[in-house]
Design a protein around this ligand. Structure first.
Ligand SMILES: [Zn+2]
Length: 364
């Protein structure tokens, strides 16, 4: 390990070609002395803007820093979705896999998005650790997701320093219809079983290789400790959220020994808060009826609820009739709760997770 002044370089990596133009991503490399390589990407989903905003702040810090190792940054992983201001990639590009975060590690002989991912994959998989920046709606707790029992990834998550760390990927029973939920359109990653390893109906579509994993799962399989960060406030750029993202990444670099403890950048880093660990093992709460959803007055993200406690009520907006009471199936902490608004039958309105430890910290 050797700390040296950072050398910054920018390259363009071509990932594919549409009928009329190249599809490429901008890649930043911040190179110091000997040390590990950390890969960071943002904007797999086109409405998740605080990731690139955080990476701009990281850029300003790293360019003036001394560094051991290399930080590779892809600020906009999915320009196809980003440019169209949509959560998923428009069907025009890949109707089979509109969600790019389901096709890692890609496939050279696969669909358009699978091929794009396959071109980027070696850059990520060659790293020693990785951070995948996402954002949820304002009605979701900021959190980091890790694969359970992955100690190295857990250490990254603790260093990043969100107040909550989620493990597990939801009970299998809640799986069906997850991606069909209209919440996907709202860009709330927490409503999506983002992390489930699925098998698709291969023969229905084509004979090519299927790859249907999230970035984090694929990277974990490749033995690269990886965290998925869910920052707040999709669709907007929020100064404080972006700042927390940049600080979190710097804390990860410090944890990996890439910033000297006495360096200016490391010195300016606030200590991460105590991180509460939640297990995502409670079926998400789905409304059985369409209507106007009003969350319970005492319910907000982060609050604890008891078994069967009411999370909100769905009313008929025209007759004022109560259509459904949404209650939590188990006690826990609300980590995602729909704002009041129109909901359709079958739509998820809340997610509750089980607290595991109140003071889970990993120091290694
Ligand atoms: Zn996302």
């Amino acid at each position: 390990m050797g700390v040296e002044p950072t050398r910054h370089e920018v390259t363009t990596r071509q990932l594919g070609r549409t009928p009329a133009r190249d599809v490429s991503v901008t890649v930043h490399r911040y190179c110091g002395g000997d040390g590990p390589t950390v890969y960071v990407q943002a904007a797999q989903h086109g409405i998740e803007l605080n990731g690139p905003a955080a990476l701009r702040r990281l850029h300003n810090r790293l360019c003036d820093a001394k560094l051991a190792g290399t930080v590779i940054v892809v600020p906009v992983m999915n320009p196809l979705a980003f440019d169209t201001r949509s959560y998923a990639t428009p069907d025009e590009y890949d109707a089979q896999y509109p969600n790019v975060n389901r096709v890692w590690p890609g496939a050279d002989d696969g669909s358009f998005q699978q091929r794009i991912v396959a071109e980027l994959w070696p850059l990520a998989a060659g790293a020693d650790a990785a951070i995948d920046l996402h954002t949820g709606t304002p009605s979701m707790l900021e959190h980091v997701r890790v694969v359970e029992n992955d100690k190295k990834a857990t250490a990254l998550a603790t260093a990043f320093g969100t107040n909550y760390r989620l493990i597990g990927d939801g009970p299998i029973s809640s799986e069906s219809g997850g991606e069909a939920s209209s919440n996907v359109a709202n860009g709330d990653e927490s409503f999506i079983r983002d992390d489930t390893v699925r098998t698709t109906q291969n023969g229905e579509h084509s004979g090519h290789t299927q790859s249907t994993e999230t970035f984090r799962i694929a990277m974990t399989r490749a033995d690269v400790p990886t965290i998925t960060v869910e920052l707040g406030d999709s669709r907007t750029v929020d100064h404080s959220v972006a700042e927390r993202g940049a600080v979190g990444i710097c804390r990860v670099l410090k944890q990996r020994g890439m910033l000297t403890a006495s360096g200016v950048l490391a010195n300016q880093l606030p200590e991460p808060p105590t991180q509460h660990q939640l297990r995502d093992d409670i079926p998400v709460s789905v409304t059985p009826a369409s209507g106007l959803f009003e969350p319970a007055a005492n319910c907000t993200v982060g609050s604890e609820v008891t078994d069967g406690e009411t999370l909100g009520v769905v009313y008929d907006p025209t007759t004022f009739e109560e259509k459904a009471t949404i209650a939590t199936p188990k006690p826990g902490v609300i980590y995602s709760l729909s704002h009041g608004g129109t909901v359709f039958a079958g739509e998820r309105v809340a997610s509750v997770a089980t607290p595991i430890e109140r003071t889970a910290r990993v120091d290694t």
